[in-house]
Structure formats: structure tokens, C-alpha cells
Ligand binder design. Structure first.
Ligand SMILES: C[S@@+](CC[C@H](N)C(=O)[O-])C[C@H]1O[C@@H](n2cnc3c(N)ncnc32)[C@H](O)[C@@H]1O
Length: 235
């Protein structure tokens, strides 16, 4: 798959309000305090752990890893440009391992490897938190071809959820909901910049057609709820 570069590039996913609501959600899942050691796998620009570091001033700076090194990755965390399986193959332990909207980049075999390594990399009572788009009745605004690709990817995610259940066993589920209110103009820019992986392999022509579809289908302001399924595992 091609590399994803614009996921959190000035989108609702990097907005103050999203990050703050997301981190409030995390607070309900984890006893956030300065002694925690956090690893964010597939951290993108590291907006989430950066905001956490600002607030909780962890003794150990959170570590964010990603295969893409964006030039505007947050500076108050430790960023490593590395593939997750390579990085986890070491002795270091964490209290929290966050894997947000990243599992779909893994093959079934590699996801199994990732989970097993993540479990081994947890301190006692450590937690793994996995977030992924909800697979049923997803509300992400799409044009036809994008919808088709997204549905296919969400179907695949359901298989990945089965792998997670089988590997981690004792897990609990919840949902994180964020109400998006974005101008059509901004959303069109996000599509043009291929913000989501179901757009990565489309031709320029398909994106252009898709954008005209979005332009005629939606009003000037686009509103919908972005829902993530949260899978939580505790050692
Ligand atoms: C959809 S983005 C999510 C970014 C961030 N977690 C967030 O929610 O804002 C997925 C990220 O996972 C990264 N990624 C994909 N495969 C990876 C791998 N094998 N190891 C490390 N990072 C990976 C991508 O480069 C991308 O930045």
C-alpha cells in the first residue's frame, strides 16, 4: 500500500477539539499520571501523545513510531521512524500501547505478530488500546468508488477484529464518537490530498470525478459522526 501522509494534516483529526475529546476518552480508560510510559504505534504527527505530554508531563516522554516521518511531527515526544514489528522486537516495556487507526495496514500474520509483541512489551497491568473505524453504518462522507473501497476495507477490518479477539482474548469494547462539522471546501481538499487509505490507490482521474460527485451531493457544510471502535486489553 502507498504511504499515508495527509491523514492528520490540518484535518478534524488534528483539531484541538478532536484531540481534547479523544484524550478525555482515554482518561476514562487509563489512570493517566506522570509515571506512565506510553508507546503510540502509527502515531502520524503524534498529536495525541503530544497533547498528553503537555498535560501530564510524563517522567518518560511518550514514544511515537511511524513508517512515515512527517516534517511537522510534534517535538515534545520521542519520535522514531521505524516499522512497528522491528521496533517492538526489543526489551523495552510500556504501561500503555496505543494503536489508533493503524491495524488495517497490517496483514493478518503481521497483526498477530504485532499483538503478541505488544503483549510482551507491556508492564504488569499495562494496557493495549486499539482504535479502528466502526465497520457497520459508517458515516464517513464518500463518493461511489471511495465507498466501495471503504466497505471492502471495513469488511477486512472485521476479520482483523476476529484476529484481535483470538490473540488478546480478554478484551472489552466501547465507542469513541466525534461530531464532525466541516466545510465542503475543506473536505474536498482532504480528498484531493488522499487523507484516508481507501483513496491511496485511486487514479488522479478517479479522484477528480469523485470530487465533483461530493460537490454535487453535499451542502456547503458537511456534518456527520466519526465513530471509532475501541478495543481495550489489560495484562
Ligand atoms: C491512519 S494513520 C493514523 C495516525 C494516528 N494514529 C492518528 O490516529 O491520528 C495510520 C498511521 O500508521 C502508520 N503505519 C502504517 N503501517 C505501519 C507500520 N507497519 N509501522 C509503523 N507505522 C505504520 C502510517 O504511516 C500512518 O501514519
Amino acid at each position: 500500500m502507498k504511504r499515508l501522509k495527509n491523514w492528520d494534516n490540518k484535518t478534524w483529526l488534528s483539531s484541538k477539539s478532536y484531540i481534547s475529546q479523544f484524550n478525555k476518552f482515554l482518561k476514562r480508560k487509563i489512570n493517566l499520571n506522570k509515571n506512565l510510559k506510553i508507546l503510540d504505534i502509527g502515531c502520524g504527527r503524534a498529536n495525541i501523545i503530544s497533547a498528553l505530554q503537555k498535560k501530564y508531563k510524563f517522567r518518560n516522554k511518550p514514544i511515537g513510531i511511524d513508517v512515515v516521518g512527517n516534517k511537522d511531527v510534534k517535538k515534545n515526544i520521542i519520535f522514531k521512524r521505524v516499522e512497528a514489528l522491528k521496533y517492538l522486537n526489543r526489551q523495552e516495556k510500556y504501561d500503555v500501547i496505543l494503536i489508533k487507526q493503524t491495524i488495517h495496514f497490517f496483514s493478518k500474520t503481521n497483526l498477530n505478530r504485532l499483538l503478541s509483541l505488544a503483549k510482551k512489551s507491556l508492564n504488569s497491568k499495562g494496557k493495549i488500546l486499539i482504535f479502528s473505524l466502526k465497520t457497520k453504518k459508517n458515516k464517513i462522507p464518500c463518493f461511489k468508488k471511495m465507498k466501495k473501497n471503504l466497505e471492502k476495507s471495513l469488511k477486512r477490518d472485521e476479520n482483523l477484529f476476529r484476529i484481535i479477539k483470538k490473540n488478546l482474548k480478554e478484551i472489552s469494547y466501547s465507542n469513541f464518537n466525534f461530531k464532525v462539522n466541516i466545510s465542503k471546501q475543506k473536505y474536498v481538499r482532504m480528498i484531493r490530498e488522499r487523507y484516508i487509505s481507501c483513496l491511496l490507490n485511486m487514479s488522479a482521474k478517479e479522484i477528480k470525478f469523485g470530487i465533483s460527485e461530493i460537490k454535487s451531493k453535499y451542502k456547503n457544510q458537511i456534518k456527520f459522526t466519526d465513530t471509532l471502535k475501541c478495543i481495550s486489553y489489560r495484562k
